[in-house]
Structure formats: C-alpha cells, structure tokens
Design a protein around this ligand. Structure first.
Ligand code: SAM
Length: 308
C-alpha cells in the first residue's frame, strides 16, 4: 500500500525520508536509519536524534549548527532524488496535474518514466482507485525511477511499468489520460488516439518550439482531437526582507511547454434537436447569464478561454 507522506503521523520513523535545512536554506535529503550519521560541512547529527521526534524539530550538529528537520514535500523530494534523466520540475507538475485533470480513480498512461518525478505526482493524484502505466525504453532509467518512487511513496500497487516503446502502441484501452514527456511526442499521437476514450485528454511536455509546432500539426492532421492548446508557466521567487522586497535576480527562465488536446469521438456528431424542442441555452441561442441580485457582488470574472 502506498504511503502518502505528509499524512497524520507526526513522529519521524526509521526508514522514512527527512530533509534537514540549515540556516542558509540549504536542503539535505536523508533516509532515517538507526546507527547512521548525517554528515555535512558543519558537523554531524546522529539519526537517533531525529527518529521518534515530531516533524519540525530543530537539531544541533556536532559543531553547533542549527538544522530544521521535516518530511520532504513532493517538490523537495523530486529536486533532491537521484536522477537518471531530466525531470519534470514542480512548477510544471502542478500545471500538468491541474490542466491534465489528473484526478482520483483515473487511468493514466505516461511515457517516458525517466527518473519518476512526474510519476510520483501522477500516482498521488490518481489515488488508490486509479492506475498509472508508465512506458519506458531504457531499463536502467526504469530501475532508478522505481527506486525513487518506492523511496517516496512506498509500495505502489497502482503502478505498472512497461519496458516498451510507446510509439509502437499502447496496450491499455479506454484510458482517461495520456501524458508524454519524450523527444518526439508526435510519434505517439496515433497510439494515444487509439488508447484514449472519447473525452480523454492528451498532454505532452516539450522543451522546444519546433517540437510544439510539429506536435500541433500532427494533432490537427490526425483529426481525432479537439481543444488543442499550448501553455507555459513562469515561476519567479521573491526576496522579502524588511524594505528589500523584490523578485530574485535569478529565476528558472524556461523549462518546457505543455500542449493539451481532447480526444473526440469520430463519426459521432450530435444533431441539433428538432425546431421548437431545443433546451434553453442550446446551440444557436445566446446564453443569457443570470442577473445577479441587487446588492450581491457578481463572483469572479468571465474568461473566454485561450485562443485556439
Ligand atoms: C525527459 S525523460 C522523462 C522524465 C520524467 N517525466 C520525469 O519526470 O522524471 C524522457 C524519457 O523518455 C524515455 N523515452 C524516450 N522515447 C521513448 C519511447 N518511444 N517510449 C517510451 N519511453 C521513451 C527516455 O528513455 C527517457 O527516460
């Protein structure tokens, strides 16, 4: 059974991951084990000083340095875990989970598995009732990814790894989501179209503009996809201290673009209802939003969605 770090258990246990954060904000990832020592440039800390203590404690190293100890968030963990490949960064994970609508119970096919960074996020989002099937062509990457996933989530019976080239086909059928992070996602459009159920969502993460262009041309030429859109998310940290409130001088300038598309049902164009039987707000009639009651603020603003 997968464990979900950050749950309700407060004491840090043997075998768990922890982060030690020094006064300069440097983060060190530890796996807690009796008899082990954490070494860094400002001394050592025996793991016994941490095991059994509540999360959030402060420890002192042998040289007197102060360290805060927490369980790693998913973002902390993926940035510190061993990597076999490039990874999807936390800011893009968030975008993929929300715009890709990765929800509890969903069946998600992804490729490639890489170091397992995105997979950790997908597994957490689909929960105990969902499934994630990861395609990967490089066995050594898959091995590292599985180790990372296990280290953070424990056993994950909802995860299947296929050492297969996704360009050659997807075994699963009627899947809810196909999520791609590989070099030539356009080569997986046809397999994804065959595997996705109507309404299913296709998502690809790419680093460069030529990749995006080629993918979009392929999606459009295929004809089985609607609502094609591309976005990127910029993330800028701020320095906030006294009167010095300004953006950090350095930021993650670019990671990647996310292209999304919805699988449409082929040959299933719904006919409009016969004249006179149309429901209010049906096609052809302008939808009239309800007028807010006097004195009540209208909630939120209207957003027309991205240009497509
Ligand atoms: C950038 S890495 C994925 C990183 C991963 N999303 C993460 O967050 O850790 C790309 C991976 O795709 C794999 N790959 C490339 N082409 C593939 C294919 N046709 N089928 C399956 N895996 C593929 C590569 O071996 C590599 O591990």
């Amino acid at each position: 059974m997968a464990r979900w770090p950050g749950g309700t258990v407060h004491e840090l246990r043997e075998g768990e991951q922890a982060i030690a954060v020094d006064d300069r904000g440097r983060i060190y990832l530890l796996r807690l084990g009796r008899g082990h020592q954490f070494h860094f440039h400002r001394g050592t800390v025996p793991h016994e000083a941490i095991i059994g203590q509540p999360e959030g404690l402060i420890v002192r190293s042998s040289l007197g340095a102060r360290l805060h100890v927490f369980r790693p968030t998913m973002a902390d963990f993926v940035l510190k875990m061993p990597r076999a490949s490039g990874i999807i960064y936390p800011k893009d994970m968030g975008t993929i989970l929300v715009y890709g609508d990765i929800c509890p119970g969903a069946t998600v096919v992804e490729a490639g598995l890489g170091s397992g960074s995105l997979t950790i996020a997908l597994l957490r989002a689909v929960g105990k009732e969902g499934r994630v099937i990861s395609y990967e062509v490089r066995e050594e990457f898959a091995r590292q990814a599985v180790q990372n996933i296990r280290r953070y989530l424990g056993d994950t019976p909802t995860h299947t790894v296929r050492l297969q080239d996704i360009h050659e086909g997807i075994v699963e059928q009627e899947v809810d989501r196909v999520v791609l992070d590989l070099l030539e996602p356009w080569r997986a459009v046809e397999p994804a179209a065959r595997a996705l159920r109507g309404g299913g969502l296709f998502l690809a993460y790419m680093a460069t503009v030529p990749q995006v262009t080629r993918l979009i041309e392929t999606l459009k030429a295929h004809g089985g996809f609607a609502l094609i859109e591309t976005l990127e998310v910029l993330h800028r940290n701020w320095h906030v201290e006294g009167l010095s409130v300004r953006p950090f001088h350095r930021m993650v300038g670019h990671t990647g673009f996310v292209t999304l598309a919805r699988r449409r049902l082929e040959g299933a164009e719904a006919l409009p209802p016969p004249a006179g039987q149309g429901a209010e707000g049906a096609e052809g009639e302008a939808f009239k939003p309800p007028v807010p009651e006097a004195g009540l603020e209208e909630e939120g603003g209207e957003w027309e969605g991205p240009e497509r």
